[in-house]
Design a protein around this ligand. Structure first.
Ligand SMILES: CC(C)(COP(=O)(O)OP(=O)(O)OC[C@H]1O[C@@H](n2cnc3c(N)ncnc32)[C@H](O)[C@@H]1OP(=O)(O)O)[C@@H](O)C(=O)NCCC(=O)NCCS
Length: 143
C-alpha cells in the first residue's frame, strides 16, 4: 500500500468510494459526496492536503482537507477507506500523514465533523489526540 497525492485521474475512483459511504454528510447531485467539478477545482489548486491510498494500482482510500493558512486552521473534510480494505491501518496512515503535512504547512488547529453514532471514526480520531467536543447539527445550502 502506498499513500500519495491525489491527481485529477483519481477523481472517478475517489467519487465511487465516497458515494458508497453513507457516513459522509454533503448532498450534491443526490449523492452524499462532492461533485466532480468541485473535486477537480480542489485538486488543481494544490492548496489542501489531498491524499489517496493505493493498493495494486487501485485507489482504496482517501483523505481530503480544507486548509485556511491565514488562520492556521485545518478541517479534515473527508476520510474514507473502501469497505474491502478497512481494519488494516490504512485510515490511520492517511490521518497520520495528513496531520504531518498540515503541521509542516503551519496549521495549529485541526477539526473534524462526524456523525454522532460513527464510533469507528471517533476511535480513530481519539488515537490521534482529538478531543470529542459539543454535538452540533450540520446545516447546508447551495449558493
Ligand atoms: C473510519 C475509517 C476511515 C477507518 O479506516 P480503517 O482503514 O478501517 O482504519 P484503521 O484500520 O486504520 O483503524 C483505525 C482506528 O479506527 C478505529 N476502528 C477501526 N475499525 C473499527 C471498528 N470496527 N470498531 C471500532 N473502532 C474501529 C480503531 O480505533 C482503529 O485503531 P486500532 O486499530 O489501533 O484500534 C473507515 O471505517 C471508513 O472509511 N468508514 C466509512 C467512512 C467514514 O466514516 N469516514 C469518516 C467520516 S467523518
Amino acid at each position: 500500500m502506498k499513500i500519495r497525492n491525489m491527481t485529477i485521474d483519481d477523481i472517478p475512483a475517489v467519487r465511487e468510494i465516497g458515494n458508497n459511504s453513507p457516513e459522509l454528510s454533503v448532498t450534491e447531485e443526490n449523492s452524499p459526496f462532492w461533485s466532480t467539478e468541485r473535486l477537480v477545482g480542489w485538486v488543481k489548486a494544490h492548496q489542501d492536503v489531498m491524499l489517496v491510498a493505493e493498493e495494486g494500482g487501485e485507489v482504496v482510500g482517501f483523505q481530503i482537507t480544507n486548509i485556511h493558512l491565514p488562520s492556521k486552521v485545518g478541517y479534515l473534510s473527508d476520510l474514507v477507506v473502501d469497505e474491502s480494505a478497512r481494519g488494516r491501518g490504512i485510515g490511520s496512515q492517511l490521518v497520520e500523514l495528513t496531520l504531518e503535512k498540515m503541521r509542516e504547512m503551519g496549521v495549529t488547529y485541526v477539526y473534524a465533523l462526524t456523525q454522532v453514532e460513527n464510533i469507528k471514526i471517533h476511535n480513530l480520531l481519539k488515537k490521534y489526540n482529538f478531543d470529542k467536543c459539543k454535538k452540533m447539527v450540520w446545516f447546508e445550502a447551495q449558493l
